[in-house]
Design a protein around this ligand. Structure first.
Ligand code: PLP
Length: 424
C-alpha cells in the first residue's frame, strides 16, 4: 500500500504547477519542514533585502533613509496584505503584535457598545486572545462578563451553538478564523450576519488563516480583524502583525493608546493629540523597519503564486495526508483531530497520539540516517503537521507518514524523556 502512495506522491509532484517556489526559500535536502503554520521559512531574497537595508540604508544613509525608504514601508506592506485578506489598502494597518492589535480593537469595540455587557468567544481560541479579553474585563470593563463557549468535540464549534449564545446583550464576539490546534475554519459570512442581527461586533483573528485559506473580509462583511505575518506569510520570527477595520467604522473607533504615530500630523510635534482620521490612528510608535523590510518578499511570493492556487494545492495535500493517516497510522494509535471536511479546515492537520510529545521529538531528532522532520506539538497530545504549499511537496507528506509509522512500530520514541522542552 505504501508503495502506491509513493507513486501517487511522485505523480502529484510532477503535475504541481507551484513546485518551483520551493527553490525561492532556504532549505536543506535532509529536512522536511511541516511547521509553516508556526514560523514560515526564510525566502532567499529576504537575505538580500535585509543585508542591503542594514549596510546601505542604515549603515550609509542613516536618518535620511526615513524619507528615502522607510516612512512608506508600512503602507506598502498594507497594500499587499489587503490583497491577501480581501480588504482595501486603507483598511489595513501593519505593525505591533497580534496581541497588541487585538487589545486596541477590543477596547475600541467595547467603548462603542455602551450598555452591552457580554463578550463571547470559544474554547478553541488561542490563549493570548482569551488573556486579552480577561485582562480587559479585570482592568477596564469590570461589569462585563466573558463567556467561553466549550467546543462540542475539541475540534469544532457549530455555528448554531454560537448563535444560541449571541443575543442583544452581546457587545463582542472574538474567534480565530482558523483555530490554532485543530485548524477548524468557521463560516465567516454566516457568523458575521448573526452578530450584525444582534448589533454585536466580531473581531476575527486571522493568524492561522492569512495565506493559508482565501480570506474575503470585505465580501464576508467583516468589520474588524487582526493577524500575524510570521506563519504562512513567511515574514520572519516576531514579524509585525496587522489590523483591519472596515472603512465606515474607522471614524467611530478610538485607539486606546494615544501616541505620536497615530496622530494626524506626527511631524508637526504638536503637544496636543489629534488622532488620524483613517486606519493610521491605530499606529502607536516608530515602525520596526528591519522586521517590516524582512516581511515583503514573503508577501510577494504568496501573491505571485496566487492564494486560490495555493488553497487548491493545500486541499489536495491535506486530503492525501488524511487518506494515508487513515490507512497507515490509525491502527497504531493515531487519531485525526482536525475536521475531515475540507470546507471547515485550514492548512494544518492535527494528529493525536498518547505518545504525541515523544513522537514529535523523535521526528525532529532522528538517531539514524532518517530525515529530520519538523512538525510541532500542542498539549495534551497533538502533533500539528503544517502544510505550506509554497514549499511542501506531496513526497514530503508521504515520507512523514512512513517515518511516523516507523517511530511508533519500532518504539523509537522511547529514546526521549517525557519532560517537555520550553518551545515545542
Ligand atoms: C491565533 C493566534 N493569535 C495570536 C497569536 C499571538 O500573536 P503575537 O505573538 O503576535 O501577539 C498567535 C501565535 O501563534 C496565534 O496563533
Amino acid at each position: 500500500m505504501m508503495d502506491d502512495y509513493l507513486q501517487k506522491s511522485l505523480d502529484l509532484d510532477k503535475k504541481d504547477s507551484l513546485k518551483s517556489f520551493k527553490n525561492r526559500f532556504v532549505h536543506s535536502d535532509n529536512e522536511i519542514y511541516l511547521d509553516g503554520n508556526s514560523l514560515g521559512k526564510l525566502p532567499k531574497k529576504t537575505i538580500e533585502i535585509t543585508s542591503d537595508l542594514i549596510q546601505n540604508q542604515w549603515g550609509n544613509r542613516l536618518i535620511r533613509s526615513w524619507n528615502e525608504h522607510w516612512l512608506g514601508l508600512p503602507k506598502n506592506l498594507a497594500k499587499k496584505i489587503a490583497q491577501i485578506v480581501g480588504a482595501q489598502e486603507d483598511e489595513i494597518f501593519v505593525g505591533d503584535s497580534t496581541s497588541l492589535n487585538l487589545y486596541k480593537l477590543v477596547f475600541a469595540a467595547l467603548q462603542l457598545q455602551k450598555g452591552k455587557q457580554k463578550i463571547v468567544t470559544d474554547s478553541l481560541n488561542f490563549p493570548t486572545d482569551l488573556y486579552v479579553l480577561q485582562g480587559m474585563i479585570a482592568n477596564h470593563f469590570q461589569n462585563h462578563t466573558l463567556e467561553i463557549i466549550p467546543s462540542d468535540d475539541e475540534i469544532s464549534t457549530q455555528t448554531n451553538t454560537l448563535k444560541k449564545n449571541i443575543d442583544k446583550n452581546t457587545a463582542l464576539l472574538t474567534l480565530s478564523a482558523v483555530t490554532y490546534k485543530s485548524a477548524f475554519r468557521y463560516d465567516m459570512i454566516e457568523i458575521n450576519a448573526i452578530a450584525k442581527k444582534n448589533n454585536s461586533f466580531v473581531i476575527w483573528d486571522l493568524s492561522h488563516a492569512a495565506g493559508a485559506v482565501p480570506v474575503a473580509l470585505n465580501k464576508n462583511n467583516a468589520e474588524m480583524a487582526v493577524g500575524c505575518t510570521y506563519k504562512y506569510l513567511n515574514g520572519g520570527p516576531g514579524a509585525p502583525a496587522f489590523l483591519y477595520v472596515k472603512k465606515e467604522l474607522q471614524e467611530k473607533l478610538v485607539n486606546p493608546i494615544w501616541s505620536w504615530f497615530g496622530h494626524e500630523k506626527p511631524f508637526d510635534f504638536n503637544p496636543n493629540y489629534q488622532a488620524d482620521s483613517g486606519i493610521q490612528k491605530f499606529a502607536i510608535g516608530t515602525p520596526s523597519i528591519l522586521s517590516l523590510a524582512a516581511m515583503e518578499t514573503g508577501l510577494d511570493l504568496l501573491l505571485e503564486a496566487g492564494i486560490e492556487n495555493l488553497r487548491k494545492k493545500s486541499v489536495q495535500q491535506s486530503n492525501f495526508l488524511i487518506e494515508m493517516v487513515q490507512t497507515e497510522l490509525q491502527a497504531i494509535g493515531f487519531k485525526i483531530a482536525s475536521p475531515l471536511d475540507e470546507k471547515y479546515r485550514g492548512s494544518h492537520i492535527s494528529l493525536q497520539h498518547e505518545e504525541g510529545y515523544r513522537i514529535n521529538r523523535a521526528m525532529i531528532e532522528p538517531k539514524e540516517n532518517d530525515k529530520i522532520i519538523i512538525p510541532d506539538f500542542r498539549p495534551p497530545n497533538n502533533i500539528r503537521l503544517g502544510i505550506a504549499p509554497l514549499y511542501n511537496s506531496f513526497q514530503d507528506l508521504y515520507e512523514t507518514v512512513v517515518r511516523m509509522k516507523k517511530i511508533v512500530v519500532e518504539k523509537e520514541y522511547e529514546n526521549f524523556p517525557k519532560e517537555k522542552l520550553t518551545v515545542t
